[in-house]
Each structure stands twice: as C-alpha cells, then as structure tokens.
Design a protein around this ligand. Structure first.
Ligand code: PMP
Length: 445
C-alpha cells in the first residue's frame, strides 16, 4: 500500500463541532444546491502546503487545490506572514484613497504579461472578472455579440453563466444575452481527432462560420480558456486560437483569455496558458490561483481598451482590497522566487509520463491529457468511449481512502482532474501514481 511522503507539520488539535453536527447544520441552513464529494463527505480543517488534514488529523495529498485555486501552497508561510501583517494593520478602505498594495501588485502582475497588457481591474472572483471583461469588450468595440465555446465554464453570475456552456451549471432563466457558442475543439470526442494535423484550423472555421452566419457580422469579443478546466481538461489544438483570434479580430472583436485555471505557471511550459498557443490576447481574466485561496480576481487589458470604461465610474467595493492584494502579491512573489512554473513543468512531465504507462495497462483510461500540473484522465467503459461515470466516482472514493484527493470534471463527470498546489514534490507524484495504479487495479478487476 502506497505511503504518503513524510511531512513534519502537525496540525493543531481540532476542538470544534463534530463532522456530524456540521453536516446537520449544513443540511438545515445552507442551500440544497451545494454538492459535496464522496458518499461520506470529509471535513477539512487544516492545510499545509500540498497537504490537507481532516478533523481527526488524517492527512491527504491535495490534488485538486480547492478547484485549481491553491497555487503556492495551503497557508504558505511567506504568504501568511504578508497577509497577517496586513490584516492587523488595515483591512479595508476601498479605492477612494491611495494604498500601496493595489498599486505595487498591479505593477508586479503586469510584469508577467506581454508588453501592452498593462492595465489591471481587480475583482473578487472569476465570474465578476468575466462579467467585467465582456462589459469592456462591448464598451470598447461598440459591438454586442460575444463568442464563447461550448463546454466552457466561465462562472455562475448572471453574465458569466451566459458564457458557460454546460447544462449542468445553467438555469433555465434569461441570461447572457448576445452570447454565441462555437464548437468545442475536443480532439478526443469531436469531429476532428488527434490524428488530424489540421484539427485546430478546422475547429476554428466554426468560429468564422458563427461570425458570418450566426452574428451580425461584427462582434465584441471571443473568450476561451487555453485549456478548458471544468469541461474536463480540453486543450486547444495547435493553431486553433491563432486562427480563431484572426477571424475575431477581422470582425472587429477583441480576444479574451480566461486564465482563471491555466495562469500563474500551472501549465509549466509558460507562465500563461495563451503563451502555449502562440497568441497574445487583448484581455486576460484571472482568479483562483492569483490569490492562493483568497477571494481575488482581475482583468488585465491594454490602455486603449481600458479607456473605454471611463465613460462612467466603475466601482467595486472590495476589488483591490489591501488584504487581498497583500495575499496576491506575496503569492506571486513565492510562485516566481520558488520557480513553481519550473516545478509544474518537471513534475507535470513525470505525472503525465506515469499516467501514459497506466493508460497502457488499464483499458478504462481512454485519454490522458493536459499540461504541467493541469492534467485530465478520461475514463471510458468500452471502445465506443461510453463515459465511465460510476467508475470515476468509485476511483475518487478509493483514492480518498488511501490519502489522495483527486478532482473530477467533464460533461459526464468521467474525467479525473489532477491540479495540485504547485509546491508538491517528486515523492508526492510517486505516491499519486502508486495510489492510482493500486486503485485502478482494484476498481477494474
Ligand atoms: N473561469 C474559469 C475558467 C473557471 O474555472 C471558473 C471557476 N471554476 C470561473 C471562471 C469562475 O470563477 P469564480 O468561481 O471565482 O467566480
């Protein structure tokens, strides 16, 4: 049986309400729309770097990172020092007064992006950031239609839900006016497969077709995740974004990269997901990993596009809050100083290599894909690629029992998602692969 790598951290004794009491309170006082993982949900009360601890002190390797949000590590000491200092000095004023944190963080953040992407708007979440991105695209271009991709997830606010294209996350209410959805460039399940070297160009034709035959001909923008996260780790094929961006700009639109999951070095090869696709967007949307666990989002764009927002005052009470910015800045410094991007690349390659070996061993592994520490394993029942949704849940459960927390995604919930904090080590990857090997053997015998 695989053993978790050694860890010196000892969590404090938990003295709060029992798990059963918490479950009861949650059932009574919280929305029934909340979901939990596992038949017997776990309660997590401590976190240290790549590890989580339940109320009994049981340790888990976190391979979900709070849905791709813990970038530098849970309660990373350097991040905590900065945020605790800020917390005890000043928590909130809004942007009506000057404060150094918002300004220094904006400068540091833009230094990671190509020249031209120099103006930052801070928000509190990815949904808010996407709403703002679409508002800006429309204000700047004076066009209305926006193209997003099917199978995308861009958030759950009224506006962002319109961009999202998964019935699982959409309510039957009016939302997201003027949003058109182009085909998902999914090479595992779509019309053009991995064996087609021109799949990217072919999928991008659908964007052009939508502009010409589905819109007024002039569009405000195009938004895409460089790797669809919630949608099940769907990478954009080579040349797809290049062609799509060309068509969009030809129709007067701006190009928006939703880097909420792919940013901050997670994909290893580059700091930003769009860089893996050889494109430069006009606007970049960030959240999750930017704050390493605090409510923080941002839209970064050009000075020219940002100017369009001066027609009215745009105000966000908590956007750019001194505490969130202290946390964002410290997280970014840690990610850069500790070369977490390099770690994501090295360990991501090792992980994907190990998963390829598992794919050769277990027929239920239909596809292994992703980049760096953003990896998906699509599980199937047969040669027709029937989604193995139940098996995915069983694997998730057994991994948890063995101390490994894994995520899931994809429309059918049949894609295991591995997106750990980027501070994990080679020993953690060995553990992860050993657990998966044992669990696949057990669940498929
Ligand atoms: N964009 C992407 C790519 C996401 O994955 C998410 C959240 N899963 C969002 C936007 C929305 O972010 P938030 O939940 O912070 O509103």
């Amino acid at each position: 049986m695989a053993n978790l790598p050694h860890c010196d951290f000892v969590p404090s004794k938990y003295e709060g309400p029992s798990k059963e009491e918490v479950q009861k309170l949650r059932g009574e006082y919280l929305t029934p729309a909340l979901m939990t993982y596992y038949k017997d949900p776990i309660m997590i009360v401590d976190g240290h770097m790549q590890y989580l601890f339940d109320e009994t002190g049981k340790r888990y390797l976190d391979s979900i990172a709070g849905i791709v949000t813990i970038s530098a590590g849970h309660c990373h000491p350097r991040v905590m020092k900065a945020v605790n200092e800020q917390n005890s000095r000043l928590q909130h004023t809004t942007t009506i007064y000057l404060h150094p944190n918002i300004a220094t963080f904006a400068e540091k953040l833009t230094s990671t992006l190509p020249d031209g992407l120099d103006v930052v708007y801070f928000t509190n979440s990815g949904s808010e950031a996407n709403d703002l991105a679409i508002l800006m695209a429309r204000a700047y271009t004076k066009n209305y239609d926006v193209i997003a991709l099917r199978n995308a997830y861009h958030g759950g606010s009224q506006g962002a839900m319109g961009l999202t294209a998964h019935s699982n996350w959409k309510y039957s209410v009016p939302h997201g006016f003027g949003i058109l959805h182009a085909a998902t460039p999914n090479r595992y399940r779509g019309h053009f497969g991995y064996d087609d070297p021109e799949s990217g160009e072919k999928y991008a034709q659908d964007v052009q077709d939508l502009i010409q035959r589905g819109s007024s001909g002039g569009i405000a923008g195009f938004i895409a995740e460089p790797i669809q996260g919630v949608g099940g780790i769907i990478e954009m094929p080579p040349n797809y974004l290049q062609d799509a961006y060309k068509y969009v700009r030809g129709a007067g639109g701006i190009c928006i990269a939703d880097e909420v999951q792919t940013g901050f070095g997670r994909t290893g090869e580059n700091f930003w997901g769009f860089e893996n696709n050889n494109v430069i967007p006009d606007m970049v949307v960030m959240a999750k990993g930017i704050g390493n666990g605090c409510p923080l989002g941002a839209v970064v764009t050009t000075k020219e596009i940002a100017q369009s927002m001066t027609e009215a005052i745009h105000f966000n009470t908590f956007g750019g809050n001194p505490v969130s910015c202290a946390q964002g800045l410290a997280s970014l410094e840690v990610i850069l100083e500790d070369d977490m991007q390099g770690n994501a690349k090295r360990l991501g390659n090792k992980l994907i290599g190990g998963l390829d070996d598992l794919q050769a061993k277990f027929e239920c592994i239909g596809d292994v894909r992703g980049k760096g520490l953003m990896v998906g394993i699509e599980l199937i029942e047969d040669k027709d690629k029937t989604p193995a949704t139940k098996l995915t849940n069983d694997i998730l459960e057994t991994c948890k029992d063995m101390g490994l927390l894994v995520g899931k995604g994809g429309f059918y919930g049949n894609v295991l998602r591995i997106t750990p904090p980027m501070c994990l080590t080679e020993e953690d990857i060995d553990f992860m692969l050993e657990v998966l090997d044992e669990v696949f053997a057990k669940e498929t015998k």
